[in-house]
Design a protein around this ligand. Structure first.
Ligand code: BES
Ligand code: MN
Ligand code: ZN
Length: 485
């Protein structure tokens, strides 16, 4: 999607559709009064999310005016602007208009943030998971959006476009099911991205992982006919004076549960168990396109988790990359195993902070529902940074505890740790996070449990059903904030 700015007045818009957002109780733009004066107040009260379409009947060059309610000014949230732009694009699709003009609303002292949010909403709403449909012509695409404003919003438009296109890149890769997005295919995506963006990229194959004693990754992979990979990408690799961070993702390309097999119902959702890894790709893409002044490692291990005659079995004891022994009591708690080796490897490089993203536990859906990501951290400043980034991007997080009692729950009977904290599932998300903490050494670290937000199942005002790409903008915003300190 092409994004540009129109420095014209609203009355001069030439696209077929002009979308205008209105605060409750505020006047409609005067330039449009020729059309809006015929509207009764009751028809459109500008309640949050309300839409109303007026035909301009030849009074202007544009033929449809889409009014969108922002609600009351005191309740205004930047995400309402993403929703506004999403509605504008969805409306343009419905009337098959390839270009749409969106008026930048007057948001006090925040025209840049507002412009960015508008572009994000529009670009995100333009992505549909249709690549496996044979009749592509059935789907109309909006190709251009013009943000109508005389303000200086050039950088904001670029930033919004880069971020939202990176999020769509995440969604598009993540939408590939397990027969397409194999571990090898994810490794190739990392190579392609790295070539495009000038990143260093190393792919460790199964034989390398055997030599390196990455036994936790290998154990999860044991039941699969496809070999695992460990991918390490590096941005600004040689710029040792820049602040240095690492992002780690969980890359289970399909989670059947293994021998501790999952129920059949809903198992197809487990194609999204690679979301953390794919989001890591999107973070590397956005960070390098935005040229953030940091050095960054993006790492993920990818493998299927399958049952078979060679699969790992409950009770197995393995030695992870950092030498800790793990009792595998449930083969469905596999994400923490592949993350154990990946985190331990990345921690050796001593980044100033590690952020991991993982569709780690069903329990986080029970705890927080689908509106907030579970945040766990061993560092208050890092946690605060991520919390604030979540409010800004509307990829909101909520911090969960990591008291030492939860780590006690992970103590093994026969090995150092066990991969489930409680047979009953008590504190399932926390004991999973506490398990990860065993592998980060003394690095500052934050873990994002994104199991509840990996895909959209219900209606959403700018994301279609399917892979959401949520978490990418959050981490990029958090890294941008860290870089500023
Ligand atoms: N990938 C799942 C977690 C998950 C569940 C993600 C639902 C998205 C939606 C993870 O590997 C898993 O199976 N976790 C188990 C852990 C349990 C065996 C301790 C779970 O949450 O049930
Ligand atoms: Mn699992
Ligand atoms: Zn999993």
């Amino acid at each position: 999607m092409q994004v540009n700015q129109s420095k014209i007045s609203l009355s001069d818009v030439k696209d077929e559709v002009l979308a205008v957002a209105v605060l409750q109780g505020k006047e409609l733009p005067k330039e449009l009064s020729e059309v809006t004066k015929h509207m009764r107040k009751e028809e459109f009260e500008a309640k949050q999310g309300q839409t109303h379409v007026l035909s301009t009947l030849g009074k202007f060059k544009f033929s449809k005016l889409l009014l969108y309610g922002l609600g009351e000014e005191k309740d205004l949230n930047l995400d309402f602007l993403r929703r506004f732009a999403g509605s504008a694009v969805r409306y343009a699709v419905s009337v098959k208009s390839a270009s749409v003009s969106i008026a930048l609303p007057n948001v006090k002292n925040a025209s840049e943030a507002a412009a960015q949010a508008i572009v994000e909403g529009a670009v995100l709403a333009s992505y549909k998971p249709i690549k496996f449909k044979s009749k592509q012509d059935d789907y109309f695409e909006v190709k251009n959006i013009s943000v109508v404003s005389k303000e200086n919003i050039d950088e904001a438009l670029k930033r919004g476009s880069t971020l939202a296109h990176s999020q769509n890149y995440v969604r598009d890769i993540n939408e590939n099911p397990a027969n397409i997005a194999t571990p090898q295919v994810l490794a190739q995506a990392a190579r392609d991205l790295s070539k495009q963006q000038g990143l260093a990229c190393t792919v460790f194959e199964k034989s390398d992982l055997q030599k390196m004693k990455m036994n936790a990754i290998l154990a999860v992979n044991q039941g699969s006919v496809l070999p695992p990979v460990l991918v390490i990408m590096e941005y600004n690799k040689d710029k040792k004076d820049l602040p240095f961070y690492a992002v780690v993702g969980k890359g289970i390309t399909f989670d059947s549960g293994g021998i501790s097999i999952k129920p059949a119902k809903g198992m197809q959702e487990m194609k999204y168990d690679k979301t953390g890894a794919v989001t890591t790709l999107g973070i590397m893409k956005a960070v390098s396109e935005l040229k953030l002044p940091i050095r960054l490692i993006g790492a993920f291990a990818a493998t299927e988790n399958m049952p078979s005659g060679s699969a790992q079995k409950p009770g197995d004891i393995i030695t992870a990359y950092n030498g800790k022994t793990i009792e595998v009591l449930n083969t469905d708690a596999e994400g923490r195993l592949i993350l154990a080796d990946t985190l331990a490897y990345v921690a050796e490089r001593k980044p100033q902070a590690i952020i991991d993203l993982a569709t780690l536990t069903g329990a986080i859906i029970i705890a927080l529902g689908r509106y907030r990501i579970g945040l766990f951290s061993n560092d208050d400043n890092l946690a605060k940074n991520i919390f604030d980034a979540g409010e800004q991007t509307f990829e909101r997080v909520w911090r969960m505890p990591l008291d030492k009692e939860y780590s006690e729950m992970d103590k093994g009977d026969f090995a150092d740790v066990k991969n489930i904290g409680s047979e009953m599932g008590d504190a399932g998300s926390i004991t999973a996070a506490a398990f990860l903490q065993e592998f980060v050494g003394d690095c500052k670290w934050a873990h994002l449990d994104i199991a509840a937000v990996d895909a959209i199942a219900e209606k959403h005002s700018y994301l279609d059903k399917g892979a959401s790409g949520i978490g990418m903008r959050l981490v990029v915003e958090s890294l941008a904030r860290l870089a500023k300190k």
